[in-house]
Design a protein around this ligand. Structure first.
Ligand code: GLY
Ligand code: MN
Ligand code: MN
Length: 441
C-alpha cells in the first residue's frame, strides 16, 4: 500500500521548484535514492531512504533516481522506480510503480528502473550544468561520467553533454536547514514521544537492571507511539560508561550509586529527536554527582539562552564553555585563569565535543555552520541541539578520586523562533529536584 507522505504534496512540489529556481539556466539535477544494505547473508538492515532524495520526493523505495529538468519538453521532474512485479512483490512487498509515481508523487514522468541507461542520457543531453550530490560516492561520479562520456562520443550526431558539474548538496542543504511549519510539527511530536520515553526510563530504572533493559523502554515507547525506530543507536551508559561518548554496547548492569547517561531519540516520519538525560540509578544524586550535574545544567541553560535570531550559531558553545570552565576552576579540577583556560581549551580534558548540531531528517542534520569562515547567524526555523557535558575519565589521576568516572550530558532540541527560541524537549525533567521527584514516584 502507498505510505503516507510526511508533508503535503504541495510542499514537495514547492521544494523542487525552489531548488531549480536557484540554478543557472539550462541545468539538470540528478539524485539517487538509497539502496538496501545487507547486515549479513540475505539479512538486510531496515531500509532508510536517503534524506536528500526524500526531502525532494517523499518517495520511500530503494534504488530510485530523481531527475529535474526545468523547461524540458518532457516535463521537469522524472522518477525512475523499481517496476511493479508480482513475483518480486511477494518477497519484498508493495512497490509504488510508475503510474503512482506520477499520480501520487507529483512527477511529470516516471520510468521503470531498467530504462535508466536508455532514458538518462536523453535527460542530460543539451544541458550545460549538471548538479548531483558530491558526497564522496565514487560509484555515483563514475556512473554520471559514463553517461556524459556516452553523449560526448555522439557529439557529431548533435548530442551535447553537460560540461559543468556542480555539487548539489550546498544548495539543497541550505533548504533543509530551515524547517517549514509542517516539518516543525513532526519534529515537535518526535520530541514529545522521545521525552515521554525518557520520563518512563527514569521511572522504571532500578539498580541491577541491565543497560539494554532501559534501552528496551525506548524501543517499546517509540513503537507504541507511532515511531518505527530510534533515530540513531541509543546510548545507555551506567557509571564510567557515560564517559565513552559513543558507547552503544549497553550490556552492563546498572549500579546503585552510579549515574546513568541515556542519549536516545525516536525517528518520526524520517525526522529525528535527539535527547540526553543523566540521572542517578537509585534515584538520589550523590554530593559529587549533584555538583557536576548542576554545573552542566547551568552551562546548558546559559547555552540555550544564546539561541536567538541574529546571534551566531557558536554563541551557545561559547556560553557553555565559559560556565563549565568557571565551574571547573572553582572546583579545582582546572587551575589558572578563566580566560587562559578558555583560550587554551583546557576544558577539553573534561568537555571534548561541541555544544550542538543541526537536527532534522538526519540527527546530525544538513547545513553549514560557517559561511566565508565566519560562524553563521541563527535564523528562525533552524533547529539545533544544545548538549553540553562533563566526562571525568575513571583513570584520570590528575583529578581528585571523588570526581572520577562521572559522565554527564544534558541535551535538548531547540527551534530558533522569530523572537528567540522554543525548546521542543522540555517534557522531560532536568533539574535535580524534578528528576529526584519523578524517580521517587
Ligand atoms: N545522539 C548523537 C548526538 O547527540 O550527537
Ligand atoms: Mn546530539
Ligand atoms: Mn544525542
Amino acid at each position: 500500500m502507498i505510505s503516507n507522505k510526511p508533508v503535503s504534496q504541495d510542499e514537495y512540489d514547492q521544494r523542487r521548484q525552489r531548488l531549480v529556481a536557484q540554478l543557472p539556466d539550462n541545468s539538470v539535477v540528478v539524485i539517487p535514492a538509497a539502496t538496501v544494505s545487507y547486515r549479513n547473508n540475505d539479512a538486510d538492515y531496515a531500509f532508510r531512504q536517503n534524506s536528500d532524495f526524500f526531502y525532494l520526493t517523499g518517495f520511500p523505495e530503494p534504488d530510485a533516481w530523481l531527475v529535474l529538468t526545468p523547461g524540458h519538453d518532457k516535463g521537469d521532474s522524472h522518477l525512475f522506480v523499481l517496476p511493479k512485479d508480482r513475483a518480486q512483490e511477494i518477497w519484498t512487498g508493495f512497490r509504488v510503480g510508475t503510474q503512482q509515481a506520477v499520480d501520487h508523487y507529483g512527477m511529470a514522468q516516471a520510468y521503470e528502473l531498467d530504462q535508466l541507461e536508455q532514458v538518462m542520457p536523453t535527460l542530460l543531453d543539451q544541458r550545460e550544468h549538471l548538479f548531483y550530490p558530491m558526497s564522496g560516492d565514487n560509484d555515483l561520479s563514475q556512473q554520471i561520467n559514463t553517461w556524459c562520456q556516452g553523449l560526448r562520443q555522439k557529439a557529431r550526431a548533435g548530442h551535447l553533454a553537460p560540461e559543468q558539474q556542480h555539487n548539489l548538496l550546498p544548495l539543497l542543504h541550505e533548504m533543509r536547514l530551515k524547517k517549514s511549519e509542517q516539518e516543525l510539527a513532526i519534529m515537535a511530536r518526535a520530541a514529545e514521544i522521545s521525552s515521554e520515553a525518557h520520563c518512563k526510563a527514569m521511572q522504571v530504572c532500578q539498580p541491577g537492571m541491565m543497560e539494554y533493559q532501559l534501552e528496551a523502554e525506548f524501543i517499546y515507547h517509540f513503537m507504541r507511539s507511532g515511531s518505527r525506530a530510534a533515530a540513531y543507536n541509543t546510548i545507555v551508559g551506567g557509571g564510567a560508561n557515560a564517559c565513552v561518548l559513543h558507547y552503544v554496547e549497553n550490556n552492563q548492569p546498572l549500579q546503585a550509586g552510579d549515574l546513568v547517561l541515556i542519549d536516545a531519540g525516536c525517528e518520526l516520519h524520517s525526522y529525528a529527536a535527539d535527547i540526553t538525560r543523566t540521572f542517578p540509578v537509585n534515584g538520589r544524586f550523590s554530593e559529587e554527582q549533584a555538583i557536576l550535574y548542576q554545573l552542566v545544567l547551568d552551562a546548558q541553560l546559559a547555552a540555550i539562552a544564546q539561541v536567538k535570531p541574529g546571534l551566531d550559531c557558536h554563541a551557545p558553545h561559547r556560553a557553555a564553555v565559559r560556565v563549565l570552565t568557571e565551574g571547573l576552576l572553582d572546583l579545582g579540577l582546572l587551575s589558572g585563569s578563566l580566560d587562559k583556560q578558555i583560550e587554551s581549551e583546557g576544558y577539553r580534558q573534561f568537555y571534548m565535543h561541541g555544544t550542538g548540531h543541526w537536527l532534522g531528517l538526519d540527527v546530525h542534520d544538513a547545513g553549514r555552520y560557517k559561511i566565508d569562515g565566519q560562524s553563521r547567524p541563527l535564523e528562525p526555523g533552524m533547529v539545533t541541539t544544545i548538549e553540553p557535558g562533563l566526562y571525568i575519565a575513571p583513570d584520570d589521576d590528575s583529578v581528585d578520586a571523588r570526581w572520577r568516572g562521572i559522565g554527564i550530558r544534558i541535551e535538548d532540541n531547540v527551534v530558533v523562533t522569530e523572537t528567540g527560541h522554543h525548546v521542543l524537549t522540555d517534557g522531560v525533567p532536568k533539574t535535580i529536584s524534578d528528576i529526584e521527584q519523578l524517580m521517587a514516584g
